[in-house]
Design a protein around this ligand. Structure first.
Ligand SMILES: N=c1c2ncn([C@@H]3O[C@H](COP(=O)(O)OP(=O)(O)OP(=O)(O)O)[C@@H](O)[C@H]3O)c2ncn1[C@@H]1O[C@H](COP(=O)(O)O)[C@@H](O)[C@H]1O
Length: 112
């Protein structure tokens, strides 16, 4: 269990994009541009799929982390905040009322 969030990673990525490409992989991706990052995202997706169907849970988690990191870099390069993605996900649950249920616990009792 960790309290590290996608928002934390978004903040780190925004900060590291200002570094030099010699000292930061994130800055190197920024320098190479969104097309390169989109290609990397495709590769990381395939590696995640391979892990999902044939590797152990720690490999699935590791490849998923690579995938999420590259997605967040791509979003940053396109100027799309993670909060926009979460808002879109939230909108999709609005029609079913499941977001409120999730925060209360699916059986209706308050979570935590
Ligand atoms: N979460 C990540 C993260 N996940 C994966 N990666 C890097 O993604 C790369 C993927 O490996 P690959 O072999 O596919 O790519 P590569 O051959 O190294 O590089 P390419 O030329 O193919 O792009 C590795 O170099 C990993 O280190 C990450 N690099 C950085 N972060 C986060 O970003 C922060 C800042 O990192 P820097 O920008 O390097 O300071 C770190 O503290 C982390 O929080």
């Amino acid at each position: 269990m960790t309290d590290f969030t996608l928002s934390d990673l978004e903040t780190i990525i925004a900060e590291r994009m200002k570094a030099s490409s010699e000292e930061s992989y994130t800055a190197k991706l920024r320098e190479k541009g969104v097309s390169h990052v989109a290609k990397k995202l495709g590769e990381e997706s395939i590696e995640t799929v391979i892990a999902l169907v044939g590797e152990d849970e720690s490999r699935v988690a590791s490849e998923s982390a690579d995938l999420l990191y590259h997605l967040l870099v791509a979003l940053a390069l396109r100027g799309v905040p993670v909060s926009d993605v979460l808002s879109e996900l939230g909108r999709r649950t609005a029609t079913t009322g499941l977001a409120e249920k999730a925060s209360r616990g699916m059986d209706g009792t308050p979570a935590g």
